[in-house]
Ligand binder design. Structure first.
Ligand code: DO4
Ligand code: MG
Length: 284
């Protein structure tokens, strides 16, 4: 079972995904008004299974997917894998020592990534900035946090990044990371109890251009230099998250420096225990 947000004739709605069908949920029958409230409920697992349908189930092939977020903030961790450290050091001479030091420092790199309106769901568009020339997707295991900071679920995240802007000056990081359609989330949320053990979770990235695979790479959560709970406790320091949050946990896959995304590319990110998030790249 997974939880999602989908578009129906009645508007956006939370849905339960079981056996290739999406069932729109009557959240109000459980006294809830949003998916984020359901995710923060102490009865999440029972409610997710038992909330009645508000409309007939829809076959997955015809579902119109929304990112599985409504009221939460989106945060991200950086330089949590060796590959990200080395790629960042290649990209910027000026900032090389910052990336080198943060990889081993007690305090992780954390940054604000997106508001819900800047996120795209499965099969939606993700954007390259018009003023950027070197762009990559970043495939990241993404934590779904309750309002108390508990890891209640996982989804697939794409931390779209403009490497030329970030590499020019580290103070430009927010512009390299935060803009319209800068963050892919989806296709749905896997509840924490249903995930495989963390060391076994693989992450795969494929980029397709004109029906040809132009990049493929993979990593595993076992390669991550930090513990997920450690990232969360740093995020929650003097930082309340009343609606919960999504937290991208950093990339372990970075294409070689000669690669840049192009308009029309299709980005496929698969994470074990969750599924595959597919987005098409737009620019302008
Ligand atoms: O400081 C650069 C961002 C790092 C990042 O997004 C990552 O490692 O995934
Ligand atoms: Mg990233």
């Amino acid at each position: 079972m997974f939880l999602a947000r989908i578009q129906t004739a009645q508007g956006p709605t939370a849905a339960r995904i079981v056996d290739n069908f999406a069932t729109p949920l009557d959240l109000a029958s459980a006294g809830l008004s949003s998916l984020s409230q359901l995710l923060s409920s102490e009865q999440l697992v029972t409610l997710a299974r038992d909330i009645p349908a508000i409309a007939p189930s829809i076959p997955l092939e015809v579902v119109r997917w929304l990112p599985p977020i409504d009221d939460q903030e989106v945060w991200a961790a950086g330089v949590t894998y060796k590959r990200s450290q080395t790629a960042r050091m290649e990209e910027s001479e000026a900032a090389a020592s910052c990336y080198d030091r943060v990889y081993t420092a007690a305090r992780p790199e954390l940054f604000f990534k997106a508001t819900p309106n800047r996120c795209s769901g499965h099969l939606g568009p993700l954007r390259i900035r018009t003023d950027a020339t070197w762009n990559v997707p970043e495939p990241e295991l993404t934590l779904v946090l309750s309002s108390r900071g508990k890891i209640v679920g996982f989804t697939v995240g794409n931390d779209m990044s403009s490497r030329d802007i970030e590499g020019d000056n580290p103070l430009y990081l927010p512009q390299a990371k935060v803009y319209n359609q800068c963050c892919g989330l989806g296709p749905w949320i896997a509840l924490a109890d249903d995930m495989p053990s963390r060391e076994t979770i693989g992450i795969r990235l494929n980029i397709v251009r004109n029906a040809v695979v132009v990049f493929e790479g993979d990593t595993s959560v076992a390669q991550m230099a930090r513990q997920l709970e450690d990232l969360v406790q740093w995020l929650m320091r003097d930082n309340d998250l009343p609606n919960g949050a999504f937290m991208l946990t950093g990339t372990g896959v970075v294409p070689d420096s000669s690669f840049t995304l192009a308009q029309g590319d299709t980005v496929h990110i698969s994470i074990d225990g969750i599924g595959t998030l597919i987005n098409t790249i737009v620019q302008g």
